[in-house]
Design a protein around this ligand. Structure first.
Ligand SMILES: CC(C)(COP(=O)(O)OP(=O)(O)OC[C@H]1O[C@@H](n2cnc3c(N)ncnc32)[C@H](O)[C@@H]1OP(=O)(O)O)[C@@H](O)C(=O)NCCC(=O)NCCS
Length: 291
């Protein structure tokens, strides 16, 4: 009989008590983001709102890796899935299998919770290789576009039905037609939590339930990305009108640039809106596996 060699690290659920040591890992490894325990605690608050979880890999008291993942329930074709929002292994502890162990444990938790798939959008070739190793495959390419806005004309006939906030979850009944990358509950929870907390720059965050004739949708600006949700049956024409409406609203707030993540099929629709000019663009790869 063979036994598996004991790992030199353990993977476990993180708690708020880990905030200091998670922050320390980031300070030692990548001193740009999450550099304070206070920021880590805010991230825990955001993940609570998004119903996400955090795993850490630890060697004794030292945190050497962390993974955030979120469940999402959306209309087809997305359905019910778990999504990796963040994965980081301490620079001094890479290539020891820690990233793989974190992702495998996240997958296991999602499988036991009854989710059907596990997804992510890898940041680079290293993480792409890791996700491929645990069985994930590229199933869709997106375009991430930087857009400049200049005199976008208003759209006739749009009625605002409601101003939305933290509590609403439009992705559960509508298609995330423009903006899909990670599941919507993350940017939504992050933007509204920071807006309510008064974080700098987040006063521009808005979400509105809108209608135009029979068409219905939600336009959401998370301070950087513009997102459009539409009822599953809506046409490309409705998506275009709602996008133009959203771009017009962003300009009204004296913000002249946005980002959008669009499936290939909608990229030309977005670029055809008057007053919208592409300044940059790159590909994003959605990776997925059945659970
Ligand atoms: C990507 C990252 C999480 C990998 O963590 P890790 O603990 O080193 O990964 P593992 O040891 O489990 O490696 C698993 C596989 O990933 C791939 N991989 C990991 N690092 C790699 C590298 N530097 N170059 C090429 N492939 C790499 C390999 O296929 C590896 O399998 P192998 O060691 O048998 O060849 C880590 O490099 C990291 O934190 N990077 C910075 C943040 C980041 O990019 N996060 C991902 C966001 S989607």
């Amino acid at each position: 009989m063979t036994t598996r060699a004991a790992r030199p690290f353990e993977v476990r659920q993180a708690t708020r008590k880990d905030a200091e040591t998670i922050a320390k890992m980031f300070q030692e490894s990548w001193p740009i983001a999450w550099e304070t325990a206070e920021k880590v605690r805010m991230q825990f608050d955001i993940l609570d709102l998004a119903q996400g979880q955090v795993l850490v890999a630890a060697i004794g008291d030292k945190v050497v890796g962390h993974c955030e993942f979120i469940p999402s329930m959306e209309p087809p074709p997305y359905g019910n899935y778990g999504c990796v929002e963040a994965l980081e292994v301490h620079r001094g502890y890479r290539r020891m299998g820690i990233g793989t162990a974190l992702v495998e444990q996240a997958m296991d938790i999602c499988r036991k919770a009854g989710l059907e798939r596990f997804e992510t959008v890898p940041e680079d070739e290293r993480s792409e290789a890791l996700y491929a190793k645990v069985g994930m495959r590229t199933i869709e390419r997106f375009l991430s576009l930087s857009l400049a806005l200049r005199e976008v004309p208003p759209v006739d006939g749009v009625v605002v039905k409601d101003e939305l906030g933290t509590k609403e979850r439009p992705w559960e009944t509508m298609h995330h037609a423009i903006g899909h990358m990670f599941c919507a509950s993350y940017p939504w929870s992050s933007a509204f939590h920071r807006k309510v907390a008064g974080s700098e720059g987040y006063e521009k965050v808005f979400a509105q339930h809108i209608a135009r004739g029979e068409a219905e949708g939600v336009v959401f600006f998370d301070r950087a990305h513009l997102h459009i949700f539409v009822k599953p049956q809506e046409t490309e024409e409705a998506v275009k009108a709602f996008f133009q409406y959203g771009a017009f609203q962003v300009l009204k707030q004296k913000r002249a640039s946005i980002y959008v993540n669009v499936p290939f099929a909608l990229a030309d629709t977005v670029r055809a809106v008057p007053g919208v000019f592409q300044s940059e663009g790159h590909f994003l790869y959605r990776m997925s596996t059945d659970l």
